[in-house]
Structures are given as structure tokens and as C-alpha cells.
Design a binder for this molecule. Structure first.
Ligand SMILES: C[S@@+](CC[C@H](N)C(=O)[O-])C[C@H]1O[C@@H](n2cnc3c(N)ncnc32)[C@H](O)[C@@H]1O
Length: 425
């Protein structure tokens, strides 16, 4: 009953309140129980999970290889968690928001990224972990689109049943110590297995490397086949995205245009990588608009140190080589403050994505945006070409291109790499 479920949840929260953590879980919905208009439970089989606070704070993004799953080691790939979607929680303000999410995103078989608070459930509860869902970040794969006319079969996706390649118990047969032992898929996915030495499958780093390379090649093949990405295998790693994007901006718009007015507005720049490339390395005036504190990585510190040594005559302070940062959320309410910029850009700018193109349209500014997460529950007005709600990244790219009349180009980087850009009339 609802009451007993609530009691279980309360007990779990009380027992484990201290360890409740804000995470983004990526996984497939393999079961659902609608309790009322306001409350539903979903079984989600985890692909990976990471600390929500870490997203954008380091080089982690949602779709990455197994290394990232270590960001939140509590959950292993293949594990089943229970996700609670409840009206008056997070983005689900009313029961209508719950209904909307059920109609558009929370469908059986869909793979998505879900943000919420993770806590350990009471020992006798169904599933060991519970995610109090705050919002759907994006739907990565819609079952109905990938499997037209085919009903979803839960049995094929139950943990440890080996239903889906890449996740579950055993990966592939492998000879270890002379005996045939299967490779552990948790280890392959996460470089970590909670069972440690007690695991009956092999923990083999060479197999893990091979598997990651094969998965990367597979993803690139899909990108080429389904999305027309022309870069094939020869793409740079995600860590290079800021550098590649800065180069793209320089090629498309030119230094003179970018240096006009107050320079480039780098919205939702996270730790400031793109503006570091533009402003500090390429000498293009820029401003970072990001509520979180800027944080340089090791490479950038090293670069600055070297630069300061060679520029001894002028001896600038490292700090003065960084662009200005305005720690605020960018929205239509503060657009006017930035009207003198030369261009507006955003690399994986999450909730700020559409505000960036709205600003460009309102002030006729050159813009370039590389969309990443969709947040379908936050932006319900978006429609794809068929009039359906926009829940996937590709549909978001198309939506933004249609809205702005902009062009779309692929950057030669792994992951979310389509840039929508243009100069509104
Ligand atoms: C996925 S991270 C990407 C960060 C960075 N651009 C990168 O590629 O690593 C998304 C960032 O968007 C920022 N953000 C979200 N909404 C925003 C808004 N309305 N205004 C400014 N920044 C925002 C978040 O704080 C977060 O740092």
C-alpha cells in the first residue's frame, strides 16, 4: 500500500539520511507501478551514475566511458534501483507535471538521465536503492523509436541475466589462470566491482580497455550512420571540447567580430574552459556567465605558469589573464545587462541553452551553442517536426536550428558535438 511504501521510504531516509546524495542516474526504465495520479514508482536498471554536483565541475559529462561511473561508486552498472516520481517534488510541481513526464519521457524501455536524491532503502524493501526523482535530464534512447512495433520485454533487461550486451554479470569468455572465466561487466563498466575478490568473474584491465575502445567505436559508428556525423573515428576526446569549440568560433566568425563591444559571452561555461581558450590563450575578449566558481585544471595552471615565466617583462598576475566572470544565472531577466557583447556562445549549457538563442534572436547577435541535456520537464513548449515534445538531444538540435534559422555542424569531438550557429537577421 501507499502507506506502507511511505513508511519504508521514511525509514530508509531516517536510517540513511546522512548519506542521501544528489546524483544523476543514467539507466533504462524496466518496470513501473503507478500508485495514483501523484505518485509512481519505476524500476531503473543503471548504466551509470554520477554526483550531480560534479557534472560540469570537472570533465565529466553525462555520456562518457566507464571511468566516470567511479564518480559515484555506490551504484554499479547493471544494478536495479527504484525511482520515485511524486507530485510536489522537484520539477513535478503538480500531478499534471507527473502526467506530462509519463506521457513524454517515463516510458517502459526508455533510457534516460534522471536527477534526484539517492538513498539506501530498508533491507526488506524492493531494490536496494531509491532515487527520489527531481527531474528528467534527458531521454537518451526512446524504446519505441529504436524498436518500432516491438513491445518492451522486462525479462531481457533484468540485472545479471545477461539480456543486454555490455551490462549484467558476464561480458565475454576469457581465459584467466588457465581456466575459462567470464569478464565482470561491472568492472568493465566502472573499473570497480563492489564484490572485489569475491566476484566470480574476471577483473581484467586489458579486457576493460578493449571493451571501452569497442564501445567508443560502436558509438562513433552509430553517430555516423544515424546522425550523419562526418568525423568517423578521428574525433578528439571530450577534454578537448573547449579548444575545438574556440577554434570553430574563430574560424566561423573571425577575431574582429568576436572582439567587438564587450567581447564574447560564454554562458554556462562551468569551470571556464571555453573562455580560457578564447580569452587567455587566443586573446579574444570574453566574459564568463556562470553561477558556479571558476576552477582551473592542472593543464591550465601549467599553461599560465609557463606563460608568466616567458612574459617576465610585463609580469602579469595569473588572475589578470582570466576573463571577467559574472556569477549569475543567465535568463531573459538579465539579458539587457549583456547587450553590448559581440557574440553569445554555450558549450553544453544545460538549462541555459534556449536562453542563449533567445538572446541572440532578440539582440541579433552571432551565436553558437552545443546542446547537451534536454530537461524535457522544464521546457514543455518545445516541439519536434512531428509536433511531439522534444525529449532527445538530436531533436533539441533540430528545434534550435529551426527556431533560429541557424546551421548545424559537427565538431570533431566525442559525445554531444553538434553546434547550432548563425547570425540572426
Ligand atoms: C554540463 S555543465 C557544462 C559546463 C561547461 N560548459 C562544459 O562544457 O564543461 C552545465 C553548466 O551550466 C550552468 N548553468 C545552467 N543553467 C545556467 C544558467 N541559466 N545560467 C548560467 N549557467 C547555467 C551550470 O551551472 C553548469 O555549470
Amino acid at each position: 500500500s501507499v502507506a506502507s511504501r511511505r513508511a519504508v521510504m521514511r525509514a530508509a531516509a531516517a536510517a540513511d539520511g546522512a548519506s542521501a546524495v544528489d546524483v544523476i542516474v543514467r539507466g533504462r526504465i524496466i518496470g513501473r507501478r503507478r500508485v495514483s495520479k501523484r505518485l509512481a514508482f519505476y524500476d531503473v536498471r543503471v548504466d551509470d551514475a554520477l554526483d550531480a554536483a560534479a557534472v560540469g565541475a570537472d570533465d565529466a559529462t553525462l555520456r562518457d566511458d566507464g571511468r566516470r561511473a567511479r564518480a559515484h561508486a555506490a551504484l554499479s552498472a547493471g544494478e536495479l534501483i527504484e525511482m520515485v516520481v511524486k507530485a510536489s517534488h522537484g520539477a513535478f510541481v503538480t500531478h499534471e507535471d507527473v502526467a506530462w513526464a509519463q506521457k513524454t519521457s517515463l516510458k517502459l524501455g526508455n533510457t534516460g538521465a534522471f536527477r534526484g536524491t539517492l538513498s539506501r532503502r530498508a533491507a526488506n524493501a524492493h531494490g536496494e536503492w531509491s532515487l527520489a526523482c527531481e527531474e528528467v535530464v534527458e531521454i537518451v534512447e526512446e524504446w519505441a523509436k529504436v524498436n518500432p512495433g516491438k513491445a518492451f520485454q522486462r525479462e531481457l533487461y533484468l540485472p545479471n541475466e545477461g539480456g543486454e550486451s555490455g551490462i549484467g554479470g558476464e561480458a565475454s569468455s576469457r581465459v584467466a589462470d588457465g581456466a575459462s572465466v567470464g569478464a565482470c561487466k561491472f568492472f568493465i563498466n566502472n573499473a570497480f566491482c563492489a564484490k572485489g575478490d569475491k566476484c566470480k568473474y574476471a577483473h581484467d584491465r586489458a579486457v576493460q580497455r578493449e571493451w571501452i575502445a569497442a564501445r567508443k567505436a560502436n558509438r562513433r559508428e552509430i553517430a555516423a550512420k544515424e546522425c550523419g556525423d562526418p568525423h568517423g573515428d578521428s574525433v578528439a576526446s571530450k577534454q578537448m571540447r573547449a579548444q575545438r569549440f574556440a577554434q570553430f568560433l574563430l574560424e566561423k566568425f573571425g577575431a574582429e567580430v568576436l572582439n567587438a563591444g564587450t567581447g564574447v559571452l560564454d554562458v554556462a561555461g562551468g569551470r571556464g574552459d571555453v573562455s580560457f581558450e578564447l580569452h587567455t590563450k587566443l586573446g579574444i575578449k570574453s566574459t564568463l556567465v556562470e553561477p558556479r566558481e571558476r576552477k582551473l585544471n592542472k593543464k591550465q595552471h601549467k599553461w599560465l605558469k609557463k606563460k608568466l615565466k616567458t612574459d617576465e617583462s610585463t609580469a602579469p598576475e595569473a588572475e589578470s589573464m582570466l576573463c571577467e566572470q559574472i556569477r549569475t544565472e543567465f535568463s531573459s531577466e538579465n539579458f539587457a545587462q549583456f547587450k553590448d557583447c559581440s557574440a553569445i556562445i554555450g558549450m553544453h549549457p544545460d538549462q541555459a541553452t534556449e536562453a542563449i538563442v533567445d538572446f541572440a534572436l532578440q539582440y541579433s547577435k552571432p551565436f553558437a551553442v552545443v546542446p547537451c541535456c534536454v530537461f524535457p520537464d522544464l521546457f514543455k513548449h518545445r516541439r519536434d517536426r512531428d509536433g511531439a515534445p522534444v525529449t532527445e538531444r538530436m531533436a533539441l538540435v533540430d528545434y534550435l536550428a529551426r527556431k533560429t534559422g541557424g546551421e548545424v555542424q559537427y565538431l570533431d569531438i566525442e559525445g554531444a558535438n553538434q553546434v547550432v550557429y548563425g547570425v540572426p537577421k
